[in-house]
Design a protein. Structure first.
Length: 157
């Protein structure tokens, strides 16, 4: 019997609460989901959201955020699918570079061209993100997260 993969689709307004719960379930900051909903993608399985990923745009920069996959789908490749979709969206929307913060998955994001960087390496537009402001304003938090950056144009081919 062939299983049908979860449906990958753009997020809708009625998904905000489910996205927020999914993000919070991984102890990630579930903030500004509604404000950036146009950059969110979700996986839906049997009427339930089982994964999400978001992109925030700041000039030529993007910030990848909230890449979360339900525990039942871990190891299935759906995290990679979500990340690729979000990065393609950012690239198609004109972003040239993408930044992110991670605590536990630098090796995962390295598969998509992300390299470790410093907070000071974030370009001025990307420093407008709530993530950068929050991390840069908290010495304790800055010591816990790993900032990363990728050149989206290098991956467009």
């Amino acid at each position: 019997m062939t299983t049908v993969p979860p449906l990958l689709r753009p997020a809708r307004a009625e998904d905000i609460d489910a996205i927020t719960r999914l993000i919070a379930s991984e102890t990630l900051p579930a903030v500004e989901v509604a404000e950036w909903l146009g950059g969110f993608w979700v996986l839906e399985e049997a009427g339930t959201l089982v994964a999400c990923a978001g992109i925030e745009r700041y000039g030529e920069a993007a910030v990848l955020r909230s890449v979360v996959v339900a525990a039942s789908l871990r190891g299935s490749g759906e995290g990679a699918r979500m990340t690729e979709r979000a990065l393609a969206f950012a690239r198609d929307d004109g972003a040239r570079r993408c930044y992110l913060f991670t605590m536990a998955a630098p090796e995962f994001f390295a598969r998509f061209g992300f390299e470790r960087c410093r907070l000071d390496d974030f370009e001025p537009d990307a420093r407008e993100s709530w993530q950068w402001r929050g991390v840069s304003g908290s010495e304790g938090l800055a010591g816990q997260v790993i900032p990363m950056r990728a050149d989206l144009q290098a991956r467009s081919s």
